[in-house]
Design a protein around this ligand. Structure first.
Ligand code: ZN
Length: 333
């Protein structure tokens, strides 16, 4: 063997060792990261999941006998958002008893800082507005919506009366963020006609019929979107049964709708992380994402566990989970 050929083989051999070492390093790094996330702050994580348990469709007897009165919602302050910063607070007219909450900018900023601690800046560039509202304690904790000026921009809305239960608040903020993650303009088309008339069943039906992928109810999902992959994998089989129940939400009396969803949940409990997830595929992916963040990695293979494992197929979401968990743990230090 000539010395040149010998040198070539030595080089190849060294290359293979280096490659092997790199791969080994990479795999141990991944394992280490997964272990770290599981061990981040397990008690807090458990408490956050526990805060979300409850029967959303099972109305108590008293509530059923009395007419349910929707609580009044008041917008207190509207801020514009620039990265982490809040600017131009606009105060709306509110009843006198809400003036204290309206002027408590410290508490309003505290709620905003929980959101910015949880979600990395580059993952919330779509947030352009922050609304502080209240409908009293519990009821709606938080929400997201598109801005009317630019449908690719989003509003984060927070009920300032619900900050006390920090675990439930954090669960809800991550759930709401999951809507931004799965419905923003890179994931689904924006549709001004639906935005202007979101409950127009004829309009929704016609938009659905021309959408070649999964129609989210607000737009047509992109080919590579998370929600399209999630829907195709987990929803196609149950969709006809669910759609028949979903259609009941347009009736005056919503009892049949809520009973239908609750029975649907009881029948398919192995498929949904909780009862609220049966409301809509967009709620299912948001709720499953929140369980993905705060639960240890599932070891089983039921469909609801597969829904959590679904997100582990995306390295960017594993990274996001780690960031949210680090932020969560820091909020309880
Ligand atoms: Zn939701």
């Amino acid at each position: 063997m000539s010395s040149q050929i010998k040198a070539f083989f030595i080089l190849v051999f060294l290359g293979l060792i280096a490659f092997g070492a790199y791969q080994w390093g990479k795999s141990t790094l991944v394992n280490y990261e997964e272990d770290m996330s599981v061990n981040a702050c397990p008690v807090v994580m458990e408490d956050i999941i526990a805060s979300a348990q409850g029967n959303v469709y099972e109305m108590g007897d008293e509530e059923e006998s009395e007419e349910y009165v929707e609580p009044e919602t008041y917008y207190l302050v509207i801020y514009s958002v620039n990265g982490d910063e809040l600017a131009n607070p606009q105060l709306s007219e509110v009843p006198t008893d809400l003036e204290d909450e309206q002027t408590n900018s410290e508490l309003q900023k505290e709620a905003w800082e929980i959101f910015t601690t949880l979600i990395p800046p580059q993952d919330r560039v779509m947030v352009a507005q922050y609304n502080v509202f209240t409908d009293g304690e519990s009821n709606t904790l938080a929400a997201v919506d598109q801005t009317s000026i630019d449908l690719t921009d989003w509003i984060v809305e927070v009920d300032i009366a619900d900050l006390e239960d920090k675990h439930a608040f954090i669960f809800t903020m991550v759930h709401e963020y999951a809507h931004l993650l799965t419905l923003n303009a890179s994931q689904s088309t924006v549709d001004a006609e639906i935005y202007a008339d979101p409950s127009n069943v004829d309009l929704l039906t016609s938009k659905d019929s021309i959408c070649p992928t999964y129609f989210t109810g607000g737009g047509c999902s992109m080919q590579n979107s998370y929600i399209r992959a999630f829907y195709n994998r987990f929803w196609v089989d149950v969709a006809p049964e669910w759609q028949a129940i979903d259609a009941l939400q347009y009736e005056d009396d919503l009892t049949a709708y809520y009973d239908g969803l609750f029975n649907f949940y009881l029948k398919h409990q192995d498929q949904f992380v909780d009862d609220y997830a049966t409301t809509h595929p967009a709620e299912d992916i948001a709720e499953s994402f929140t369980y993905f963040v705060f639960s240890p990695k599932p070891q089983g293979d039921t469909i609801k566990e597969q829904k959590i494992l679904f997100f582990y197929a995306y390295p960017e979401l594993i990274e996001l989970r780690q960031y949210i968990l680090n932020g969560t743990c820091s909020l309880f230090d």
